[in-house]
Design a protein around this ligand. Structure first.
Ligand SMILES: Nc1nc2c(ncn2[C@@H]2O[C@H](COP(=O)(O)OP(=O)(O)OP(=O)(O)O)[C@@H](O)[C@H]2O)c(=O)[nH]1
Length: 380
């Protein structure tokens, strides 16, 4: 699953889909109810019944569906969509009470708690956020009980209908809560699994596999937006000696501290640090500036130097250091990630060959003009 699917809007999208389907069901049942009206009601009241159905049920439900389906196109805010839904549900409740009164006055056998109306309500209640669904239920129940009292129903019957409506509404609201909870739990489980698969266990940085996927996406973004993109490869110097002299536990500790230094350089959304080998790391900097890259490399060398000083106290012969190779895609000059890594690697090995503990920044424009790019371009 891609990273984009886990964006903060992912859960909201899933919940929205669930709500859209609930509304679709409500709409289907409403059509059935309207068709039943033609069979049940005598000709003299059918016009009034049909008008009430259109004004108080079909139109509000259509407005609710339009708000849900065209939320983005119409730039409707979420609270506005919820308000439209709430008003829609309440109107539908009132509409049904109105038709109940019409049925009673014209002597039509009209089930007080019809299965179709229950299905319509459940569809709509599931389409609302929990608080609004609770509030709408109360509005609908109040109106229905009021209509019952208007047709002269005794209080015991009203009470039994009231308890039925309360049970039925709470059942819908509870199902809505449970489905959202299940969605949240599943999403968190998938997120945890994805995090484990993309993270380096020791340092907590992203691993090589995740880095490549992310880097390809950011590279596409940089070409679209015509932004600079820099890859910084960082390799510790003489790290093996730390392991050999002070043990793997100390070696691990050094790697964790270095990872923290490296990660602190990722300040913007597209930047990313990863561990791509034993003592090898990479940082990707989006919209990079060469001056910033220089300052960053100097700061990393300085901070790793402080770790080296602590190591030296315990093992004076160890010269821990860090070599850094940087490749920077300047605007209008876009080498793919693989080639950019190749260039950064070559820059790094120049430093390794020339005394270590330093950095080297290669602007990719430079490679087009000299002999070196011919080698690099052949690898494309
Ligand atoms: N403690 C520890 N060591 C590791 C880990 N992964 C790799 N290494 C060690 O890192 C060392 C890397 O060795 P080299 O590539 O020779 O690096 P170096 O000693 O820094 O040599 P230069 O890069 O040439 O300066 C090896 O000894 C690996 O065993 C790890 O997770 N923990």
């Amino acid at each position: 699953m891609s990273e984009q699917q886990f964006s903060p809007g992912y859960l909201a999208n899933q919940v929205n889909r669930l709500r859209k389907w609930s509304l679709n069901l409500a709409a289907i049942y409403l059509v059935i109810l309207v068709l039943l009206d033609f069979v049940r009601f005598p000709a003299d009241v059918i016009t009034s019944v049909f008008t009430s159905r259109i004004l108080l049920m079909i139109l509000p439900l259509s407005a609710m569906m339009a708000a849900f389906y065209y939320q983005q196109k119409l730039s409707l805010s979420k609270p506005l969509v919820h308000k439209i839904t709430f008003i829609g549900v309440s109107l539908i409740g009132i509409g049904h009470s109105e038709i109940l009164l019409l049925a009673e006055s014209s002597g039509v056998m009209f089930p007080k708690i019809g299965i179709t109306i229950i299905l319509i309500y459940s569809g709509m209640l599931l389409a609302l956020p929990i608080k609004l669904a609770t509030f709408s239920s109360l509005v609908i129940i109040a109106f229905t009980c009021y209509s019952y009292s208007l047709i002269g129903m005794d209080y015991k019957s009203i009470l039994s209908y009231l308890s039925f409506y309360l049970m039925f509404s709470s059942c819908c609201i509870f199902s809505s809560m449970v489905s959202i909870k299940i969605l949240k739990t599943n999403l968190n489980l998938i997120k945890d699994k994805d995090k484990l698969a993309s993270t380096d266990e020791l340092t907590g940085l992203k691993n090589r596999r995740h880095f490549y996927t992310h880097a390809e996406n950011v590279y596409k973004q940089s070409t679209l937006e015509n932004k600079n993109l820099a890859l910084v490869i960082i390799d510790l110097d003489n790290f093996k000696a730390v392991n050999d002299a002070l043990g793997h536990y100390m070696g691990d500790k050094v790697l964790v501290e270095v990872a923290e230094i490296i990660n602190n350089n990722c300040r913007r959304a597209f930047d990313m640090a990863a561990r791509i080998g034993g003592d090898e790391f990479v940082i990707m900097i989006y919209d990079s500036k060469t001056d910033y890259l220089k300052t960053m490399c100097e700061s990393i060398i300085l901070k790793v130097g402080q770790i080296a000083k602590t190591i030296k106290k315990e093992a004076p012969s160890i010269n821990l250091g860090v070599s850094i190779g940087v490749a920077e895609n300047k605007q209008g000059c876009s080498f793919p990630i693989k080639v950019l890594l190749d260039i950064a690697d070559k820059s790094l090995y120049e430093i390794k060959a020339n005394g270590k503990n330093n950095y080297n920044i290669s602007n990719t424009r430079h490679f087009v003009q000299t002999d070196s790019p011919i080698n690099i371009l052949e690898t494309i």
